[in-house]
Structures are given as C-alpha cells and as structure tokens.
Design a protein around this ligand. Structure first.
Ligand code: SAM
Length: 287
C-alpha cells in the first residue's frame, strides 16, 4: 500500500510499513523443521566437527549451547568410531526442542544435564568443558562474540569453542533487503542479520582471532517453487525472514520468492540455493 503524505514534494511516495508478526517459539520450531528438511549442510558440519575435535578423548565434557532437537549430537554419536561425551550440558529454551532433545539423549544413553533456559552472559560457568558448541544458535544472542567468549571461559586448557553460523550470503543477504518494508508486531527471536562476518569482527574487537572456514553447503529447494509446494515454500521463507510469510501482501511475497528462486542453480536434476555455513573456532592452547 502506498500513499501521499502531506508536506512531501508532489510525486514523493511514502511506503507504509507492513505490520506482520515474527515467528513465536512454536512457529519457529515448525519452520526450522522445514528448513532442516531441505538443508544439506549437516553432513559437512559433521565432517568439520570431527576434523576440529580430533583432540577429544572418550568421556569428554561437552557444553552444547542452543542444542535444538539434538540433531547434531545424534549424528555425531552415530558416526562410526566417534567418541561419546561423558558429561553433556545443554542450554535450550524452546520447549518443543527440549522435548525432542530429552528423547534424543535418552535414546543415545548420554548422561545429561539439559538446562531448559537461555544461555546468557550471566550464566554461571565453571572451568570444566573440553568443547563448547554453538550450532546455529549465536543469531539469538545480542552480542554473539561476547557470548562465545563467555563459553570460552568454561573451557579447560587445550579445549575449544566451535560455532557454526550462516556465512554472509543467502539468508543473511536477503534479510536486510526486505526488513525495511515491514514493522514487526511481535519480537523477533532469531536475528538472521547476524552471520559469521559479524561474529568474526566482534571477536577481533575483543582481541580474539578465530580460525574460520566457509563450508560449501547448498540447500536443496527442488520442487519448492511448484504451485503444489506453495505451503512448504511459505514455511521456508517464514524461517528465512523470521516472520509469518502468508500475512505479507502478494507483491512482497512474490519479491521474496523471486529473490530465493533467482539465486538457485539447477544441477543434476536438482535445484540448489548456495548457502555457505561458516565454522568459527577458538582454541585454548595447552599450558
Ligand atoms: C537454529 S536452531 C539450531 C539447533 C541445533 N543446534 C542445530 O544445529 O540443529 C537454534 C537454537 O538455539 C536456541 N536458542 C536460542 N537462544 C538461545 C540461548 N540464549 N541459549 C541457548 N539456546 C538458545 C533456539 O531455541 C534454537 O533451538
């Protein structure tokens, strides 16, 4: 909707912002499940996790911040020859995810301490962990670098903190293009304006130099632009923009769809959106 405002030069059009709710925790969990269904990044993240944690021994102590449904700990544990944590402490505030996470750790028979609350800068920690993991959770924290450094304070000598986070492409590039058109009527949970780029700059500003790798991870959107898949596409873009896509006007829905579709590449009969995930590692040297 556009209209002329009094006092503006003739022909000057002011766009009225579109009021739309952000995803609530239940809708977040639902749309995240759709995103994960299409994502091909987890095997590459797992390879990277195994590569950077070769220093760990069986019975290691793991701090998993934003553990979600436990997808990563499950696939890590299922990896042939992979070692298992002897102590597993997880922070996860989403009740739906906590439910799945509890089922996952029970099934995997991992001794656990699941904290159904957010990890914050005030979370008391003792120096007891070999690895602190943030798998796609730092978007939620107001100063991601500081939160990562807070977790580093819980590492024993020789330990490491590893963050997986979207690189400054795809969803991150899309987010600021459309955000100015909308007025969120409820608070946004996950801030997709945060990428590995902002995290790395933040860490440097606090004097820490991470090791960064950009993983060439695509997301498989084959069939998602077919008319019959419209509801699933709506869920996918809802997750990307962290809002209720179906409540947007048709022209804005069309622009968002065009943005995602335009960035896709057909290959071997599939349709991929290139969405590189970054691995950001801080290691504490021994001694
Ligand atoms: C994108 S999901 C990633 C889940 C899982 N780590 C994975 O890679 O599949 C991000 C998770 O972080 C959780 N989260 C958000 N804020 C958090 C906080 N302050 N502390 C811990 N977890 C948080 C969310 O509830 C959500 O389950």
């Amino acid at each position: 909707m556009a209209h002329f405002m009094a006092g503006q030069p003739e022909g000057f059009i002011i766009m009225q912002k579109i009021a739309v709710p952000s995803l609530n925790p239940r809708r977040y969990a639902e749309t995240f499940a759709v995103f994960v269904e299409h994502s091909l990044e987890y095997p590459q993240m797992l390879d990277e996790l195994v590569r950077v944690t070769q220093f760990l021994r069986d019975g290691f102590r793991l701090l998993d911040i934003g553990a979600g449904t436990g997808l990563l700990i499950r696939s890590w544990s299922e990896r042939a020859g992979s070692i298992r944590p002897g102590r597993y402490v997880a922070f996860e505030p989403n009740p739906r995810h906590v439910e799945c996470l509890l089922a996952t750790v029970a099934e995997l028979e991992i001794d656990h301490d699941i904290q159904a609350r957010p990890f914050t800068l005030d979370t008391p920690l003792s120096k007891e962990f070999d690895l602190a993991l943030f798998s796609h959770s730092l978007y939620w924290m107001p100063d991601p670098a500081l939160h990562m450094l807070h977790a580093v304070s819980a590492l024993v000598s020789g330990g490491a903190a590893l963050a997986f986070l979207g690189g400054p492409y795809g969803v991150h590039a899309m987010f600021p293009l459309f955000e100015p058109f909308i007025e969120r009527t409820t608070p946004m949970l996950q801030n997709n304006a945060i990428s590995s780029h902002e995290l790395v700059q933040g860490l440097r500003s606090y004097g820490a130099e991470p090791q960064v790798r950009i993983l060439p991870t695509p997301i498989d959107l084959t069939g998602l632009f077919e008319p019959s898949a419209a509801p699933q596409l709506a869920e996918f873009i809802s997750f990307c923009m962290q809002l209720e896509f179906t409540q947007l006007p048709a022209w804005l829905q069309a622009d968002m769809i065009q943005y995602v579709q335009g960035g896709c590449v057909p290959q071997n009969g599939r349709l991929y959106w290139y969405l590189p995930t970054a691995s950001v590692l801080l290691s504490l040297s021994n001694g």
